[in-house]
Design a protein around this ligand. Sequence first.
Ligand SMILES: [Zn+2]
Length: 205
Amino acid sequence: MYNHPKTTIPDDPASGNERLELMKIVPYPHPALRTKADAVAMIDQEIQTLAQEMVELMYEHEGLGLAAPQVAVGKRLIVMNFAGDEEEKDQEFIAINPVIMEMKGAIEEREGCLSFPGLYAKVRRYRQVKVQAYNLKGELYEMTCTDLAARVWQHEIDHLDGVLFIDKLGLVAKLSTKKAIEEFQEDFDKALSRGEYPADITPKL
Ligand SMILES: [Zn+2]
């Protein structure tokens, strides 16, 4: 957890400049959501484009955060806006290879996820976290957050390890969401049989 993966800026910033395929948020139980993402070794044009497109998708879907595995990309990259407001750019953060350095306290609050549209449940999280991550310029930054922002960091970093908020539910929330989660499974199976996802749905990159 304290082992911070390093990342660098390429000598040739135009490398990897292929346009990413049109990306979309994949719903549970897409296998990309259960795959541990790889550290970003280099912040090339592809990573820059990925981050920009993820930011746009996050706002489009009115989320507070989005992790690369949610667009079926197995990279340790997350985008967040703690206000959930495109106008509030000072609340927007891009985090590459993020790591939680310290955590404090505990609090249970209602939480949702863009990979589970319409599903909300109470999840217990640390109340405060100190995190470190790289920005798109390859600079390491550190911040300490509490409450909602701390919750977003924990939720998104979990995604990079294939961990989902439904894994963290208490017994009552587990029972009350059981049916909805089964419906996600059924809908996904139907989408698969309609060919909405390619036969090979392992994460790209
Ligand atoms: Zn999520």
